[in-house]
Design a protein around this ligand. Structure first.
Ligand code: GLN
Ligand code: ZN
Length: 761
């Protein structure tokens, strides 16, 4: 065909060396003027565009760049500034923009929540704030900037109206459709101004189309896109979806837009299959998300070449059907460049592709498809992928054999929960309403400084370990003095709950610069699971046993669970997800057993990320939850009945997965609930939870010391629906981000509150 084009949905914001993050933080710290900040942002933005142009992209995204978050950008462009922030109309100022995101003295920040099933967080728009108005056409501004500064005709990227409203809150008395309708003329104006300025294609993101779409939603989609077609016919809209396959593909393709963008990676070929089954409307641009925009693996381009060829054969150029190749979603979710990775061993590095390398892959594929370059260039990619697949670093026969064997077995503990409860009661002799914490204590500047010195080799292993032990001992004494019942060692040796285990288990690799944006300027560096995961050495036993040697009270061992480790990593894709999760589980099981053998009778396996891995479509939930439950169980099932297994989760959105959480069969679960106390408790009005449970009695996200009365109320409320013999008292989550004095004061109040409630029952 010869005229397949390439495009991308968005580019990472953070910069090759996190320049963007630094620029933001310098502004916030008052270390630079707003002018200097904006100039630097512009420079970064243009350099990102330049990189993409040089990589050979035909359609370069503009407007995806953000000073914080693209959902917030959309809200402020429509003047949707929550009432609690100062605003007098017109373009929202830089300072107000950041206040909405981060909070101001007298106004709490807008809520932040996860962007679909990724680890990116967006700012939740508040619809009741004001009547929407187009106060700033940022898309036009950025389109024109690219044009005048670089001579580039960009492809504006804009979050579609239906997804925007669905992600928002505070609908007030209006319905979803009414809010959308109010926005339509504003979007129309944006489209017209862009088209007048020369935009030939506008990417409108409607990722909600890949979740559960009701009939009413479909009708709304049809109405909205018909409205644009009728009233803004000259604007060429590319309706973009990602993160999953679209539910009703035929209906989607027949929405009256110039183009349709689909994710062919997330749904394992489902996107391609759908495409091949359906009559494609005339004059439709099909944008094929063919390279994995969420993960960091290099693609097998030979395979992709075949796939694209197949799709191409179903298109008819004479009918005006054209093809665009692109990543499956915005490259926001992968690190920028492999250029600075010096630590990654060659076989692995060869098989990786971060954002910039993906653009190179995309261009190669396009050039071969268009017949400009010989197919042979694609072979190199297979060699790289195969090289790693065959490599001994990826394959551990022992692990594979063990997984094969253990996968078949019943993953449940052999003694039932009630019998375990009795045995543990006898052994641990805990009071009614036992008190405990979630694991970490304040990671002070000093703790971080010592760790850094040790990492740099300026502090010996012995000196570091002595320092950690001293901290542990100090905190054991503090906990005893406070009067807590089940103590923890405090996690002073850990920077991050996944990194700590990843560094010690086989099969993980850490990058030096593989950062991705999590929220605002906060970036995370997910480990890469490249090989079979294996236990190599004890990871937590030394510190836990040391802590236990300093007290008569039980010390709770502390591990991160298999599902959380998996969800917060870049996992390998050559093995089924289930197998990778179970490998992690089996490696952790060895640690659990080692702790038990060393005399630790209470062990907590944290799964704060269990919920966030939920698939976008409800129909897929069961398979994910069953798999997660099984992995958790595998990691703890072999302990003796007397050993008490705890787990912890960080969300209060509980109701819809309560059965799976129950199925984990943990002896005790602690759940964060600060954000919706009432809601979580009501989940238990209709569900009999018959194992140990602690509903966080105070919010750890704020330095405020909660009052005794408040906590008494929280406990009493919970006891209305939960069995007092099984209720635990604990804070919401780990205390690592808090200061020492407020932590001690809050825990003292928590113990006093518990004692008072104990006297009343
Ligand atoms: N044990 C961890 C801690 O206390 C749990 C962290 C979490 O739930 N995110 O820090
Ligand atoms: Zn938590």
């Amino acid at each position: 065909m010869g005229n397949v084009k390439s495009s991308s949905l968005g580019y990472p914001r953070i910069g090759e060396k996190r320049e963007w993050k630094k620029n933001l933080e310098q502004l916030w710290a008052g270390e630079q003027t707003e002018e200097a900040f904006l100039a630097k942002q512009k420079q970064l933005r243009l350099s990102y565009l330049q990189t993409q142009v040089e990589a050979g992209l035909d359609y370069v995204p503009v407007g995806d760049f953000s000073d914080y978050d693209h959902v917030l950008d959309t809200a402020v462009s429509f003047g949707l500034v929550p009432d609690r922030f100062a605003y007098n109309g017109g373009k929202v100022s830089v300072s107000t923009y950041f206040e909405i995101a981060r909070g101001a003295k007298n106004a709490v920040a807008a809520e932040m929540t996860k962007w679909f099933n990724t680890n990116y967080h967006y700012i939740v728009p508040e619809l009741n704030a004001r009547e929407p108005q187009l106060v700033h056409n940022r898309w036009l501004e950025l389109f024109e900037e690219a044009k005048s500064e670089l001579g580039v005709t960009g492809k504006p990227v804009i979050l579609g109206p239906i997804t925007f409203v669905k992600l928002a809150k505070q609908y007030g008395k209006k319905t979803l459709a009414e809010h959308v309708q109010k926005l339509l003329p504003l979007y129309g104006k944006v489209f017209d101004q862009l088209t007048d300025a020369g935009a030939t294609l506008i990417q409108v993101d409607e990722p909600v189309l890949t979740g559960d779409v009701t009939e009413a939603d479909w009708l709304l989609f049809e109405e909205v896109y018909r409205y644009f077609e009728e009233n803004h016919a000259s604007a060429n809209l590319l309706l973009q979806t990602y993160f999953e396959a679209v539910t009703d593909f035929s209906r989607f393709l027949n929405l009256p837009t110039a183009g349709a963008g689909i994710d062919c990676v997330a749904a394992n070929q489902k996107g391609i299959e759908q495409l091949q089954k359906i009559a494609i409307p005339e004059n439709k641009i099909i944008a094929l998300g063919i390279l994995d925009g969420r993960n960091i693996w290099r693609s097998d381009l030979v395979q992709l070449f075949k796939t694209v060829n197949n799709v191409q054969s179903t298109l008819n150029e004479e009918n005006g059907q054209t093809l665009i190749l692109q990543p499956s979603c915005s490259l926001l979710h992968v690190p920028v460049s492999l250029k600075h990775e010096t630590k990654i061993f060659p076989e692995l590095k060869d098989a990786l592709a971060f954002a910039n390398e993906k653009l190179v892959e995309l261009d190669q594929l396009k050039e071969v498809i268009n017949g400009n370059v010989n197919e042979a260039v694609l072979k190199e990619s297979i060699q790289a992928v195969e090289g790693l697949n065959q490599s001994s670093s990826r394959n551990n026969e022992g692990v594979q054999a063990l997984l094969h064997e253990r996968k078949q077995e019943d993953s449940k503990r052999s003694v039932n929960a009630q019998a375990r409860f009795d045995l543990q009661k006898e052994k641990l002799k805990l009071p009614l309403l036992p008190t405990t914490t979630i694991g970490s204590f304040p990671q002070t500047k000093e703790v971080r400084k010592q760790r850094l010195l040790w990492r740099k080799g300026e502090l010996s292993n012995e000196a570091y370990s002595q320092y950690i032990n001293a901290e542990i001992e100090r905190w054991i004494q503090i906990q005893e003095k406070i009067g807590l019942d089940v103590l923890v060692h405090g996690e002073f040796e850990r920077t991050d709950m996944v990194e700590f285990f990843g560094e010690k288990l086989a099969g993980f690799q850490f990058s030096t610069n593989g950062w991705v944006q999590s929220y605002g300027s906060r970036c995370v560096k997910p480990p890469i699971i490249y090989g079979d995961v294996a236990f190599q050495e004890e990871m937590t036993v030394k510190e836990t046993v040391f802590a236990q040697s300093k007290t008569e009270k039980p010390v709770k061992g502390m591990l991160t669970g298999p599902v959380t480790i998996y969800n917060w990593s870049f996992p390998r894709t050559d093995l089924a997800e289930e197998d990778v999760v179970n490998q992690i589980a089996l490696a952790l099981e060895k640690e659990v057993l080692a702790l038990e053998k060393a005399g630790i009778g209470v062990i907590q396996v944290d799964e704060p990320a269990l919920r966030e891995g939920l698939p976008l479509k409800k129909d897929d939930w069961k398979a994910y939850l069953d798999q997660s439950v099984k992995a958790f169980q595998l990691s703890v099932k072999s302990v003796q009945a007397e050993t008490q297994i705890h787990t912890h989760m960080c969300y209060s959105d509980f109701q819809d997965i309560i059965e799976s959480i129950d199925a984990l069969d943990a002896d005790v679960i602690s759940i964060e609930m600060s954000r919706s106390h009432g809601e979580l408790i009501s989940s238990f009005e209709h569900y009999t939870y018959d194992k140990g449970i602690g509903l966080g009695v105070y919010d750890i996200h704020s330095p405020r010391v909660p009052s005794e009365e408040e906590m008494i109320q929280n406990i009493q409320r919970a006891l209305k629906v939960l069995d007092q013999k099984r209720f635990w008292v604990n804070p919401d989550c780990g205390l690592k981000t808090r200061q020492e004095p407020e932590t001690v004061a809050a825990l003292e109040a928590m113990v006093r509150a518990t004692t008072k409630v104990r006297h009343t029952i």
